[in-house]
Every structure is written in C-alpha cells, then in structure tokens.
Design a protein. Sequence first.
Length: 199
Amino acid sequence: MTTLFPVGHYLGVRSEEGRPVHTVRIGWRQHRLSEDAFATWVLAHGLPANGRAAWTRAELVDQAEQVEISTPADHLQALTSDGLVAAVDDAEAFARHHRMGVFFVGLGNTPEELGQFAIGLPGLGPAATLDPDSYELWQWGSIAPSLWHSCELRASVTSRDDQSVSPQDAVTEILADLRILISHGCAYLDVVDPEGVRG
C-alpha cells in the first residue's frame, strides 16, 4: 500500500502581490504554495487518530473535500511532482533519500506513565506523548544522516544472539514511528542531498 509523507520545513506565510503564499523549504530551495496547495500539503501529514497506519491518497482527498479544498487531487499531483509529498512504495529507497528534523523539546515522563514520553514546549504542555520507540526516533533520528541510518541502528540494537534483525526488517517500524511524529507535528522530512534540489 502506498503511503504519503510530506517533505519540507514550513517557514511561514508571506504576502506576494497582495496575496498570502506559504513557504516550504526542501534542501536549499523554497517553494511558494497557494492556500489550497498548502492545506493539501498539511493534510499529507495525516491525522494523529490514525496512529501508525499508512496515510493514502484516497484518505487525503477525502479529508480535503470535507474541508472544501478545491481540486485536491490536482494539488496532490503537483506537490508530488515538486517533491513536497512523497508517495512511498519502496520504503528502503525512501529511507535512503530522506532525513528527519525535529521540533519541540523533551518533557519527560511521569510516575503514572513511565513508559510514555512527552515532548512539547515547557509551560505549554505536550504536543505529543510517545511510546519508547517513537521517542527514541525523535531523540536520535535528527542526527542520523538519513532515515536509513536510523533503520540500521535500530536493527543493530534489536538483534540478539538468537535473532538477527536487518535494516530492511526495521524500516517498516521506523516509518510507522515516523508517521506518529509527522502527524503530531513533532518532526519534518528533508532530502539527504540538498544539492539535488538547489534552485
């Protein structure tokens, strides 16, 4: 099943010729998006209620139509062509060509929920409460050169004397954890080679 991930770091809204445009950076390049294109890009993040499940084109278009975005399928096609949305069929190739950045700070856990870890902003409360695997990816994924390096690390940590885990085994778990982070606005994706998108 093809799952969607948004790519890019949102830089905010600007006014150009009297109309608002939203700026999303990938590598060295800044993309300018109309309101409807930006709303479609935001919907590519998925919904927190979906948890780790794949986020599909049909689900995105359905959500877009519910909030009355005009021609969401056309916007999605343009965003995909520009690299602002990745339609992931090959998880390993996706992981090798993308890296992760993070937002917020760690807020820790509580005696009542020792196995759950909050991240957010001090004084404003948590943006998300994560399980240990998602929290580990949030903690360390942003210093890895690519998502694939995170897969290799998880495989090496998970492997035991009686069981060897490969990065290919770990990539599905990493992308599921990434889905949690992306849908809660705790992480963003960029490309591994920014020179390839300079323009």
